[in-house]
Design a protein around this ligand. Structure first.
Ligand code: BG6
Length: 527
């Protein structure tokens, strides 16, 4: 048998197809521009921090340049440091310069929308002053009392700040000079089921569920959103998207970066809390969920919830059958020496925190019974890859077995999220020539193909959705709880019962991961 990997380029076919396809008359620019939004004020707590400088202000500025912010809008930075509006504006101007997105012509007008109000997160009086000042801005700038409170602070402060916002009368809607009021928080939403419930209880003391926007930046990635479009706007794949045709599914999010400067957070979190509780679970849900009856936030999130409900709990007395946990040791990448995790700044030299995990999961439902889902994520690996691979079953009967041997490479569909945003399908074709030879070819669709319009960064998308009040791309509390319900017994077993050391494997930084993954993958293809 001869199998050669050669890429079969479909550009020409595409050109013919698009020339004959009906033109639906949608201008790509219309897909970018957000729907008209209400005037509003965006209040950022933690305005002197990293997230504000690196992500939020660049995203807001880019939206402004693309006419994506409401009119009027105001941005109020808030943090412990004392500074005036002008000092805050100078700081944000440098942040935009650092991010290489400053447009010196547009900056002066944008900067007039920026304000700064100091607060002490423990002092209600400072929040009363903030409330007063927001009301003054509403009347001078006509922002109609609509407000987004973006909590760009460590999670330990979520509860306190939500409480302070509520006590200052800023969380109630359509009363007391307020319009709508929304709060944005980022993961982690607790560190286990119990703390997630406690956090939720305290947020709900002043905010209702529709006011809370829990961000998962993976959901804001175009290619992640495309999973549902691909599955449910095409009739081709959905009929075979099930246990009859699919052998297994691999969901991978590997990184080349190490822990960087985040040891304080990562040491307590590890890869299961950092990547699995949130991003990996969302990728799983989007891949496995049933079609909702309408593309609406609650209906989509109901279907995701059903996926989480059908996760088969791991037998915690036999975790090694389902889970590999590992930590990077010293290694090499491109001839550079890379330190071991335990030698990274701020990391305990005897740390047992896992930086890599592979899970073999099953979903106990009609569609997926018996199909393994391999979920892998880790830091300091050889490549940064985020993708979902759907491995179809082999043909039931190989009629070429006399000439080609018994096995033929099965079809594989890959939804590439990073580095290449693309969809590829591998299948078999005949190799030209008189002999019967097969070769595996790849049909590929590149996401940017035939598209030259602007692209929204994940934070821009999140901010727009928050302004229009669309919760589709945000976690709902029941989803958070279900995800924790699955992970908490595993974490308890790994962390609190003396198993942590026994579970932990090691892999060299810059490698493909620990050898131990063979434990989970050895029978792939033998089912
Ligand atoms: C974050 C994690 O949520 O996602 C990081 O805290 C991780 O540890 C990052 O590096 C990965 O995101 P992306 O978009 O680079 O795949």
């Amino acid at each position: 048998m001869q199998n050669r990997n050669e890429d079969f380029n479909t550009n020409e076919l595409d050109a013919i197809a698009s020339a004959t396809a009906p033109d639906l008359g949608i201008d790509p620019a219309e897909c970018i521009a957000p729907e008209p939004t209400d005037p509003c004020t965006i209040v950022i707590f933690g305005a002197t921090g990293d997230l504000t400088a690196r992500k939020l202000i660049p995203a807001l500025f880019h939206l402004y340049l693309n006419d994506g912010l409401p009119r009027p809008f105001q941005i109020v930075g808030s943090a412990r440091s004392h500074m005036d509006d002008q000092q805050f504006r100078n700081k944000m101007e440098s942040a935009l310069k650092d991010a290489e997105v400053l447009d010196p012509e547009k900056w002066p007008t944008f900067s007039t929308h920026l304000h700064y109000r100091p607060v002490d997160y423990e002092d209600p009086a400072t929040f009363d002053r903030l409330a007063e000042s927001l009301r003054e801005l509403d009347s001078s700038q006509h922002t109609q009392g609509n407000r987004i409170f973006y909590i760009a602070l460590p999670p330990t402060l979520y509860k306190t700040v939500a409480e302070m916002i509520g006590r200052a009368g800023l969380s109630t809607e359509n009363t007391n000079g307020n319009g709508w009021s929304r709060m944005v928080v980022e993961k982690p939403f607790g560190v286990n089921l119990q703390t997630a419930l406690e956090l939720d209880q305290s947020l709900h003391q002043h905010f209702q569920e529709h006011q809370i926007f829990r961000i998962d930046h993976y959901l804001a990635k175009e290619t992640v959103q495309n999973i549902l479009m691909f599955r449910f706007a095409n009739s081709l794949f959905e009929p075979i998207w099930n246990r009859r045709y699919i052998d297994h599914v691999s969901i991978t999010a590997t990184e080349t970066l190490g822990v960087e400067h985040r040891a304080g957070y990562y040491e307590r979190s590890g890869v299961l809390r950092d990547m699995f509780q949130n991003h990996m679970m969302q990728l799983l849900a989007l891949t496995a969920m049933e079609p909702p009856s309408r593309f609406e936030a609650d209906l989509v999130r109901d279907e995701k919830g059903k996926v989480f409900n059908s996760l088969r709990p791991f037998a915690t007395n036999n975790l090694k059958d389902h889970l590999v946990l590992a930590q990077y040791g010293a290694g090499k990448a491109d001839d550079h020496q890379l330190p071991a995790y335990r030698d990274e700044p701020g990391v305990d030299p005897a740390s047992l925190t896992p930086t890599f995990a592979m899970m073999k999961l099953f979903l106990d439902n009609w569609r997926w019974q018996g199909v393994p889902f391999y979920m892998t994520s880790g830091k300091r690996l050889a490549q940064k890859i985020t993708e979902i691979a759907i491995q179809f079953k082999s043909v039931p009967h190989s009629l070429f077995r006399h000439t080609l041997g018994p096995s033929i490479v099965a079809n594989r569909l890959t939804l590439g999220i990073y580095p290449e945003e693309k969809i590829t399908l591998k299948f078999q074709t005949k190799n030209p020539g008189a002999r019967v030879c097969l070769r595996t070819v790849t049909m590929d669709f590149n996401y940017q193909q035939n598209y030259a319009g602007p692209v929204l960064d994940a934070y821009e998308k999140v901010l727009i959705d928050c302004m229009i009040g669309d919760q589709m791309l945000f976690w709902r509390q029941d989803g958070v709880e279900k995800s924790w319900s699955f992970l908490t017994p595993i974490l308890d077993r790994c962390e609190d019962c003396g198993d942590q050391q026994a579970m932990l494997e090691f892999y060299p930084a810059g490698s493909m991961g620990p050898e131990a993954i063979k434990r989970l993958t050895s029978n792939i293809g033998n089912r």
